[in-house]
Design a protein around this ligand. Structure first.
Ligand SMILES: Cc1ncc(C[n+]2csc(CCOP(=O)(O)OP(=O)(O)O)c2C)c(N)n1
Ligand code: SF4
Ligand SMILES: [Mg+2]
Length: 282
């Protein structure tokens, strides 16, 4: 008999702590459906964010690690390097990734670390009560921007488009942005995450899927209005689709195609001999 619908084995069958209309639960569901479909439950490891998804280990029925806020890319780097045949998922919110852990995120992407980041963008610091995030829209109100984000006189900066930023880096291979506002977009987001997971399991470099996600509580809206607000305001600011697809061998810039200094002309630092000391020879 063919099973048409069921609860994913990788998702515990319990109520979550998320507010009604929150996008995190849908994103958990997409991830766990894929882990089941790909038969990877025994090989999946998630690094939890700090933020509303900090309790993700209560929901995901596979291994998890809880690094400090913003440091999940550093933890995921270590895990994936030690266990390259595992599916390592780095789950991050927008405050977690684009503010508190900016350095970790950029350098992991630039190094081409071979894990997959799921970046949940709800344009706000959800867990701590609605402070402005790097992705908060111009004019959007937050507890720390009560008159709306103002990049002008108030000097609050502009919303950071993380996908486009990371797409510039040679270490990144697949970057896409989806949303969980409609059934069709949920299916598309699942397709992007599937592609990223498959690329990871094929040993290809850094992959990331951003997912635009409603936070009705901190947007002070009911769940239906929050979905409409996401459609009307977030999608125009953060366009959906594949931002970078460098998975095909023919499109990859190999090391040989990147500008490099010929070895015989490379400058030699005066204290180059100190490398033995740095390696612990002394
Ligand atoms: C180093 C550090 N700074 C700040 C905090 C407080 N803090 C916890 S969650 C959070 C906001 C998280 O927002 P986001 O990553 O967007 O996740 P969301 O709750 O919106 O899903 C902050 C600032 C912390 N725990 N550690
Ligand atoms: S505060 Fe926002 S992000 Fe956090 S659980 Fe509630 S709706 Fe979701
Ligand atoms: Mg957030």
């Amino acid at each position: 008999m063919k099973k048409l619908y069921g609860h994913p084995e990788s998702l515990y069958d319990i109520s979550t702590k998320y507010c009604g209309g929150c996008g995190h639960g849908i994103i958990h569901r997409i991830i766990t459906e894929l882990v089941d479909e790909m038969g990877l439950r025994e090989k999946a490891i998630i690094t939890n964010p700090v933020g509303c998804a900090i309790w993700a280990d209560l929901y995901f029925n596979f291994d998890s690690v809880q690094p400090p806020h913003g440091r999940t890319p550093a933890a995921a780097t270590g895990i994936k390097r030690i266990l390259p045949d595992h599916l390592v998922i780095c789950y991050q919110g927008d405050g977690d990734m684009a503010a508190i852990g900016t350095a970790e995120m950029i350098h992991a992407a630039n190094r081409g670390e071979k894990f997959t980041t799921i970046f949940v963008n709800n344009a706000i610091y959800g867990m701590t009560g609605g402070q402005m995030a790097p992705t908060t829209l111009v004019g959007q109100r937050a507890t720390t921007a009560p008159y709306g984000r103002d990049p002008g006189e108030a000097g609050m900066g502009y919303p950071i488009r993380v996908c486009e930023l990371l797409a510039q880096l040679d270490g990144t291979r697949y970057i896409a942005r989806g949303a969980v506002n409609t059934a069709a977009n949920i299916r598309k987001a699942k397709g992007y995450i599937k592609k990223a997971f498959e690329a990871q399991m094929a040993g290809i470099g850094f992959t990331m899927v951003e997912v635009l996600s409603p936070c009705p509580t901190n947007w002070s809206m009911d769940p239906v209005k929050a979905v409409e607000w996401l459609e009307d305001n977030m999608i125009p600011a953060f366009p959906l689709g594949e931002v970078k697809n460098n998975l095909g061998a023919q499109t990859v810039r190999t090391a040989a195609q990147l500008p490099a200094v010929p070895e015989d002309t490379a400058p030699v630092p005066e204290n180059a001999g100190a490398k033995d000391i740095a390696r612990g020879a002394a």
